[in-house]
Write a new protein. Structure first.
Length: 157
């Protein structure tokens, strides 16, 4: 049975899964994610980081952090999704959807008005997930807004 638990972004299991995410980015893009992330970004009430466990083994993760209007194209009240990932052997079981729903609920409860995320064209399965969950393309934002393979999505909360 799977269990989704909130953890700090610097929890050892979160670090382990983040390292796997970075390795996946390196494999698919040829570079890792250079977005500056700090554990405090995901501390409630301005964020949340979740890990899905199967038999006490960390198999999926995702988080959101608060964003406001500024130079990088965010809007006031945005909640930005970061580090969504499912280990290969646990894919196709609805873990990403479960984490995504929990993140949306948390951001809504924290008063955030819109969930946003950035992904890239090599991650076609991620784009498919987000579209299936009601996300629509939006203007690019964040550190990758100038990259031709960057795709940004948003969903009102």
């Amino acid at each position: 049975m799977d269990e989704i638990r909130p953890v700090r972004f610097d929890h050892p299991d979160a670090v382990k899964l983040s390292d796997l995410v970075q390795a996946e980015y390196l494999r698919r893009y040829g570079y890792d994610d250079m977005t500056p992330l700090h554990p405090a970004h995901f501390d409630p009430p301005d964020g949340l980081f979740l890990i899905a466990y199967r038999a006490d083994k960390p198999v999926a993760c995702g988080g959101w952090r608060a964003q406001e209007a500024g130079d990088e194209g965010y809007a006031d009240g945005d909640a930005e999704i970061k580090r969504m990932f499912v280990v290969p052997e646990a894919r196709g079981r609805g873990l990403a959807r479960g984490i995504l729903r929990a993140l949306e609920d948390s951001a809504r409860d924290a008063g955030r008005g819109r969930m946003v995320l950035e992904t890239g064209t090599p991650l076609h399965e991620a784009m498919g997930l987000y579209v299936a969950c009601g996300y629509v393309p939006t203007a690019n934002f964040g550190p990758y807004r100038g990259y031709s393979d960057s795709r940004c999505f948003a969903k009102p909360l």
